[in-house]
Design a protein around this ligand. Structure first.
Ligand code: ZN
Length: 235
């Protein structure tokens, strides 16, 4: 059983690293952001509530987030373990986690604000077919023009410099301080996230003592359960 928390600012590549780790070791990727998006797309009561809160520019309250994580962990579909992504994000959430659960390690993907800004500000999206581009890693053949459908490439509204800086500020003031809580329990493994994704993944595995060349042979396994099919009317 392997129980990990992955932390890093948006744009650090933590989602990609979490997915790779999960695929290789049969762990369940528990992304709080994905769970909320699932609820919004499926028009659940919780989804409506989260959508309303976020559209007002507010953060989802801790008790709601705690409850979502609790319900997700209670599904016990994680026979080999999990990687928790997007939680905890502040001191109260971290205390809730440590009071109720435990983790084998907290994987910190460390990147400078400058790298995050460069990465996010170079993201583009085709407004016609929705294909993602990145002016650093995945440039279109013709500037501002989708390779597949010829549509115009645009930035997402929440990828503006101001929005990224607000998220960075939030991370430094609310999320970073909880690293001390985990450091006190000697749980943190810190990896330089400015390196290529393959190098970052190798470094994570090395620090966690996981085999570098391990790949699950359970590809015939049934697909993962929906993100959160549990009724959430009471939260
Ligand atoms: Zn397109």
């Amino acid at each position: 059983m392997r129980k990990y928390i992955i932390m890093g600012v948006q744009g650090s590549g933590k989602g990609t690293q979490a997915k790779r780790l999960c695929e290789a070791f049969d762990l369940v990727h528990m992304s709080v952001g994905d769970i909320f998006r699932w609820h919004i797309q499926n028009h659940t009561k919780l989804g409506a509530r989260v959508k309303r809160i976020v559209s007002q520019g507010q953060l989802v309250p801790d008790d709601v987030v705690d409850e979502v994580v609790k319900k997700r962990l209670e599904m016990h579909d994680w026979n080999y373990g999990f990687v928790l992504d997007g939680f905890p994000r502040n001191q109260p959430q971290a205390e809730f986690f440590l009071e109720n659960y435990d983790a084998d390690a907290v994987i910190l993907i460390d990147v400078s604000d400058q790298v995050v800004l460069e990465r996010i500000l170079s993201r583009r999206l085709c407004e016609k077919c929705g294909l993602d581009y990145n002016l650093i890693y995945h440039r279109p053949a013709v500037e501002d023009c989708c390779d597949v459908c010829g549509g115009r490439l645009v930035s997402r509204a929440d990828d503006s410099r101001e929005a990224v800086q607000a998220r960075l500020h939030d991370y430094h003031t609310k999320t970073e301080p909880i690293l001390d809580l985990f450091r006190g329990r000697e749980l943190i493994v810190s990896v330089d996230g400015s390196q290529p994704a393959d190098v970052v993944q190798k470094e994570i595995r090395r620090q966690l003592g996981l085999p570098l060349d391990f790949r699950s042979n359970k590809s015939d396994r049934a697909p993962a359960a929906p993100l959160n099919p549990v009724p959430t009317d009471n939260i």
